[in-house]
Design a protein around this ligand. Structure first.
Ligand SMILES: [Zn+2]
Length: 214
């Protein structure tokens, strides 16, 4: 694991301040990453110490325990049938309740050249969460961001601005970032992507296509 959840974001997660979309991205990374899980527990200790210095009425002392319970979300909804086959191996349990079918049975839409998208239903529509499949060795069209984009690699990997992202790695991009991630050559790249605003295609080809970005 090379790329982790930035500490301020993990702190917001620990205090319950993150909306569903980014929280899902963080939880997905946590399901791969013991290092961030340990950091979250340290934040809990800091938060617990802070709680003791605050007015008792100002905070909900159960907040952090609730937050940690979210790590066990995979066990939360036993009524959701576990998908079969390929999905089981590629999706961490926390994502499975969002996909009521197998990975191949999902509604994959053309998103851009070499890119297919399956939306994940969020209760909070302030964010858009999707699974993206990018063909091996192929790029996502060059784009920048109107908001923040969180990406977690579920299988395969991609390179972006000189960095390699592999299974479990967490990538954050904001309006300061213009990029063209490229799937690694040896396998299709499957990612979770969470956006709070459509991205803005900037390449020549990107301008012609990419509905996923709206
Ligand atoms: Zn991590």
């Amino acid at each position: 694991m090379t790329h982790h959840v930035p500490t301020p974001l993990l702190f917001d997660f620990a205090t319950g301040a993150l909306p569903e979309g980014p929280a899902l991205a963080v939880t997905t990374h946590l399901s791969y990453c013991g290092e961030c899980h340990a950091a979250l527990l340290r934040l809990e200790e800091v938060g617990g110490a802070l709680l003791q210095t605050l007015e008792p009425a100002a905070v909900d002392s159960d907040l952090l325990s609730h937050t940690l319970a979210r790590l066990d979300e995979s066990d939360m909804d036993a009524s959701v049938a576990e998908p079969e086959g390929e999905t089981r191996g590629l999706l961490p349990p926390v994502l499975r309740p969002y996909l009521a079918t197998t990975l191949n049975g999902a509604r994959w839409r053309f998103a851009a050249r070499h890119v297919r998208e399956a939306r994940l239903p969020l209760a909070n529509t302030a964010h858009r969460a999707s699974l993206l499949r990018v063909a091996a060795g192929r790029p996502v069209p060059q784009h920048t961001h109107r908001g923040v984009e969180y990406t977690v690699v579920l299988s395969g990997g991609f390179t972006d601005r000189g960095q390699a992202y592999r299974m479990g790695d967490f990538c954050v991009a904001d309006p300061s970032v213009e990029h063209r991630p490229v799937a690694m050559a040896d396998a299709e790249c499957l990612c979770l992507a969470v956006l709070d605003a459509p991205v803005l295609p900037t390449g020549r080809i990107g301008r012609l296509i990419s509905p996923f970005l709206r």
